[in-house]
Ligand binder design. Structure first.
Ligand SMILES: Cc1cc2nc3c(=O)[nH]c(=O)nc-3n(C[C@H](O)[C@H](O)[C@H](O)COP(=O)(O)OP(=O)(O)OC[C@H]3O[C@@H](n4cnc5c(N)ncnc54)[C@H](O)[C@@H]3O)c2cc1C
Length: 456
């Protein structure tokens, strides 16, 4: 790499140790978690405050240099790494948010806390629990995934059935725009109607509208009494029928996940562990959490449900973890088996059976191994295909089927690079034009995450 005045300017502003140019070090930021998406970064910057982010954006904005914001780099759609094939002068600067890791004092009355966007979900949860509260969002990549990444992808996870997605947890936000200006407020007012609501604008924006630097986050009660059950049902339709019963009758339902047999078997092989239940065409992992022991309530509902073929339950930590691992460690088990094609879609729960049936037919036709699991209450299925015979055909068919069934092409991972060509299946041309107008108003030179949520 030759002389780079931009790197020199940012070294001056941030300190030389926070502008990474060594190709071996930069390489660690250039490939995503799945290994499927990789590109070339001009260099990596690691600002440690909002004003440093502002200086980075002003310097890049002035020169029209693209910027890819990266949190924990656990995103699954290629949006967190630079684009492939650029020469270093045209390549994006990767802005790592990981040094924005400050956590404020918990306000127990407001049930809120302010977190830097580089705080991991695990640190957010640990901090909340230290104050006898909990986080309303949780998922398996918690040790690396950040608050900023979770907001930018409007992440979901297992507790959405009770608390909603990440968007619902953001009471205030601070972000830096492409020209370096800072917007938002961290006051966390539960009620305010003053025009545009910045948390809503930025949630799900995938690093295309601004760099989220901090958020005022809602907290949840910490329900220490938890019962976890894994249930075998005959098929997906029976699981959906059980879902209706559980939602209607349980007051403490905290999560309800679905695992199809191939996924259960894959984890079992990966961990050399025996599945707790067997003989099902679909498996449902249910958690009830409360201040009082929820076991009797859960047992009563499961005992009265014809859909339950077999079940295993636990209330202690190790026992619960033995059940949960068969859901939480599926993504890891898939990654250990190869580089998968990942399709995260949602349909109305009643259409889940048809969705999976169609996906299976397509994969059987072109080759591949379908591993499916997801979040049952939201009709959100993660369709993973190992050794996919024809990535284009499978993607096209699954996304079109989800759309035809009244669903969406992305439920929680975002669009990234992976699904940008199929945006028309989820948004009308009028909606895409309106979104492009908002984007170009906030980022006229189009430097923020080019290629994500709009073709290059
Ligand atoms: C094992 C595993 C399990 C997972 N389970 C779930 C799940 O249950 N539910 C779910 O929703 N997701 C899940 N994911 C996907 C992923 O963890 C989430 O999308 C997560 O929110 C990404 O956070 P991150 O910090 O890693 O973001 P990154 O991967 O670094 O970035 C993701 C996107 O957000 C943008 N971004 C990141 N930080 C900022 C910021 N500060 N400002 C603006 N834009 C930013 C990036 O540019 C990129 O477009 C899982 C991933 C793995 C590997």
């Amino acid at each position: 790499m030759g002389a780079d005045p931009l790197a020199d300017e940012l070294r001056e502003a941030l300190g030389p140790e926070h502008v990474l140019v060594d190709r071996d070090v930069v390489a660690g930021y250039e490939t995503d978690w799945t290994g499927r998406w990789t590109g070339t970064a001009r260099f990596v910057v690691r600002p440690g405050s909002t004003s440093e982010v502002s200086r980075v954006m002003a310097a890049c904005g002035e020169r029209g240099v693209p910027v890819v914001v990266q949190g924990g780099n656990t995103g699954l759609v290629g949006g967190s790494v630079p684009r492939p094939g650029s020469s270093w002068r045209e390549a994006a600067v990767v802005l790592s948010a990981l040094r924005l890791s400050e956590l404020g004092e918990v306000d127990a009355g407001a049930m809120q806390v302010t977190a830097g966007s580089g705080v991991t979900l695990a640190a957010w949860r640990g901090h909340a629990r230290h104050a006898d509260l909990d986080t309303p969002v949780d998922f398996a990549s918690r040790d690396s995934a950040t608050v900023g990444g979770a907001i930018a992808t409007n992440a979901g996870g297992s507790r959405v059935v009770r608390f909603g997605t990440m968007r619902s947890q953001v009471a205030g936000i601070e972000a830096v725009l492409a020209d370096g200006s800072v917007i938002g407020s961290l006051a966390g007012l539960p009620k305010e109607t003053v025009g545009l609501h910045w948390p809503s604008v930025l949630a799900g924006s995938e690093g295309t509208l601004g760099v989220i630097t901090a958020a005022r986050l809602r907290l949840a009660p910490w329900f220490r009494q938890v019962a976890t059950a894994m249930v075998a049902t005959a098929d997906i339709d029976a699981a959906v029928s059980l879902l209706a019963r559980l939602r209607g009758e349980l007051t403490c339902l905290d999560s309800i996940e679905i695992v199809l047999p191939e996924a259960l078997e894959l984890v079992a092989a990966h961990l050399s562990a025996t599945p707790p239940v067997s003989g099902g065409g679909a498996y449902v992992l249910v958690e009830c959490a409360d201040h009082r022991d929820p076991v009797d309530e859960l047992v009563a509902v499961l005992d009265g449900s014809d859909e339950v073929l077999d079940s295993a339950m636990s209330t202690d930590g190790p026992g619960r973890n033995r059940l949960i691992q068969f859901r939480d460690r599926i993504t890891e088990s898939i990654a250990a088996s190869g580089v998968p094609l990942k399709l995260d879609v949602a349909v109305p729960p009643a259409a889940l059976g048809e969705l999976v049936h169609a996906a299976r037919r397509t994969v059987d036709g072109v080759g591949g191994r379908l591993i499916a699991f997801g979040h049952l209450a939201e009709g959100n299925m993660h369709l993973n295909v190992l050794e996919p015979g024809n990535i284009g055909r499978i993607t096209e068919s699954v996304l079109a089927t989800a759309s035809r069934l009244g669903g969406t092409i992305s439920a929680e991972h975002g669009i990234g690079l992976a699904k940008t060509p199929w945006l028309h299946l989820a948004r009308s041309s009028a909606e895409l034009s309106a979104a492009a107008a908002v984007r170009s108003a906030l980022d006229p030179r189009g430097i923020l995450n080019p290629g994500v949520l709009a073709p290059l």
